[in-house]
Design a protein around this ligand. Structure first.
Ligand code: TEU
Length: 571
């Protein structure tokens, strides 16, 4: 029987199938392409693969709009291909976690097509249908049942003239929200989850799972949100970690996950540390860990993600430390910089200039992977892949980006200002094809890629990285080896050092008399560091360093080169 908490010492690698490897030359990544590239992951040393959605989908949100949960989208392959992938992953001693997207389906799902067929449909109540606001004509601005703004711009309500009602969609209009108040919906989701577990999957990443419980008034209506600008309000207090969320997750666990030692991670926009302690408390049997968004919002200005501000290192250290301390005695952290929704971390919190890209990417990996929690590596992060330099809106593909551009343009913003806000943060920065080698299209496809390949693939690619002992790839491989070799990385107590220092990130991990010291210069300038009381630890065994020729420590003092980091162990 598998250790029920095996996922605490695991390292997870996220594959965005659309952009990973294309085996049939149609320009879109697919399952056979992943099978062909599994040995890259074996060489890296990861334990688990999290596969972004591969289910049948119109691809309005690149698969996060599912039209059949129990089929594979033809662009990715067939059910036989996913079975072959599961077998190939297991043969290599790894595990496969699927992406569970059940806050919403596609509007082309049979469930929704039946639901929208008439107000008397047996599945009408599987989704959120509401009449126009009192005194308003359906389909006119202001007639929406609530004033909520969608994550993807505009209203969260779409008018359906055929039945004279609106349906709710927190994301795109092609992603109608499922009504989790309806037990039939929940049981259908659990049955589908059991179907995939029986097929051999080892767990689920649960897409915006903390949004499935909405807060209803006694009369079944949904309240308006506070309007801060424009005509839409913030509905998030009424759908984030709603009143029945713990009941639903405990029920899901009992119905589909119990006693199977699966990895479950809930993606939870807006989740707090207090809430995460409850969601990940093993005694509650809900989820193993959550993805928080707090550290991913520290460089957002008043205008949100499109209004990016420079990161303050002390804010980042304080937030990461708060989550380390907050979940020290109960629950578990996930650890991530990147995923398919976030810009590339080396361009965002590091420095992707030729001088500092490799070192800053290594140091970002070090300060994350030595924390307490389960690390997630997003495809290309292990290569130090960077944001892409798209100049025209026509180069972008992401529905969130394109909706934002269209809506803001309609509200009078200038295309130049919009593009300036979009370029550094668009989700497409993470979705340009995986860079395998320096050949045409980076070895991703022999066809026309669905999104442009980053031209820097000629220097930044897996083939070059694996041949270079000093590459980001081999640094990530060594980080995983250090985690495997030293229990203090998985279980050690965390203590932040130098909380007020805007240049250096330093902390210790302690277990059974052993102390791991991580010291990192998070800047492009040399750093003179004084670590009070850490002379012994600074003199410890160097487990991993970005600079073989780093200056020796002198007692409690050490001088770090730009973006230099060290991991030292004192036994
Ligand atoms: O993302 C949820 C989510 O909150 C993100 O959309 C985030 O708000 C935004 O991307 C930040 O820029 C999940 C999936 O990861 C995302 O790819 C989907 O688009 C979304 O849910 C809807 O399924």
């Amino acid at each position: 029987m598998r250790d029920p908490e095996w996922w605490k010492s695991a390292v997870v690698y996220q594959i965005y199938p659309r952009s990973f490897a294309d085996s049939d030359g149609d320009g879109v990544g697919d399952l056979r392409g992943i099978i062909d590239r599994l040995d890259h992951l074996v060489a890296l040393g990861v334990d688990v693969i999290w596969l972004s959605p591969i289910y049948r989908s119109p691809q309005d949100d690149n698969g996060y709009d599912i039209s059949d949960y129990e089929d594979v989208d033809p662009s990715f392959g067939t059910l036989e291909d996913i079975d072959a992938l599961i077998a190939a992953v297991h043969e290599r001693g790894m595990k496969l976690v699927m992406d569970l997207v059940v806050n919403h389906t596609s509007d082309e799902h049979a469930w929704f097509e039946e639901s929208r067929s008439g107000t008397d449909s047996p599945k009408r109540d599987w989704y959120w249908w509401r009449p126009p606001r009192e005194g308003h004509e359906g389909g006119t601005p202001g007639a929406e049942p609530t004033n909520w703004e969608s994550f993807f711009s505009g209203s969260t309500w779409e008018w359906d003239a055929a039945t004279g009602e609106y349906y709710l969609h927190l994301f795109s209009r092609k992603q109608p929200d499922l009504n989790w108040e309806n037990p039939e919906v929940r049981q259908a989701v659990y049955a589908m989850m059991r179907w995939w577990v029986d097929r051999g999957v080892d767990g689920f990443r649960m897409d915006v799972i903390n949004l499935v419980s909405k807060e209803l008034r006694p009369d079944g209506s949904l309240p308006d949100g506070v309007v801060r600008s424009g005509r839409f309000g913030d509905g998030s207090p009424y759908y984030t970690a709603g009143p029945r969320i713990h009941e639903f997750l405990a029920e899901m666990h009992a119905e589909a996950l119990a006693d199977k030692a699966l990895l479950t991670v809930g993606e939870m926009p807006g989740v707090t540390i207090e809430q995460a302690r409850a969601f990940t408390d093993p005694a509650r049997r809900e989820v193993n860990m959550v993805f928080t968004f707090e550290h991913m919002g520290l460089d957002h200005g008043p205008g949100g993600k499109w209004d990016q501000r420079p990161l303050r290192l002390t804010d980042l250290k304080a937030n990461l430390a708060a989550w380390q301390e907050g979940l020290a005695d109960v629950g578990w952290n996930s650890l991530y910089w990147n995923n398919h929704d976030q810009p590339r971390i080396v361009s965002r919190f590091g420095d992707d200039s030729p001088e500092h890209r490799v070192t800053s990417a290594k140091t970002l990996g070090t300060v994350l992977h030595m924390l307490r929690g389960t690390p997630y590596v997003y495809q290309g992060e292990e290569l130090g892949m960077t944001n892409v330099d798209f100049r025209r809106i026509e180069e972008f593909r992401d529905v969130e980006t394109l909706n934002h551009y269209r809506h803001a343009l309609g509200d009078g913003a200038s295309p130049e200002a919009l593009l300036a806000g979009i370029r550094p943060v668009s989700r497409d920065n993470a979705r340009t094809p995986m860079q395998w080698d320096a050949s045409a299209n980076a070895g991703f496809t022999t066809g026309e890629p669905w999104i442009a390949v980053n031209p820097n693939h000629t220097e930044i690619n897996a083939e070059a990285a694996r041949a270079d002992a000093g590459s980001v790839f081999h640094h990530y491989r060594r980080l995983i080896e250090v985690r495997r070799a030293h229990d203090v990385v998985v279980h050690g107590d965390f203590a932040l050092l130098l909380p007020g220092d805007e240049q250096v990130f330093a902390y210790t991990r302690s277990l059974d008399g052993q102390t791991l010291l991580v010291v990192a210069n998070m800047s492009g300038e040399p750093a003179d560091v004084e670590l009070e009381g850490q002379a012994d630890h600074l003199a410890g065994e160097v487990l991993l360093s970005t600079h073989d020729d780093g200056a020796p420590a002198e007692g409690e003092r050490v001088r770090l080169a730009p973006w230099e980091s060290r991991v030292l162990l004192r036994r």
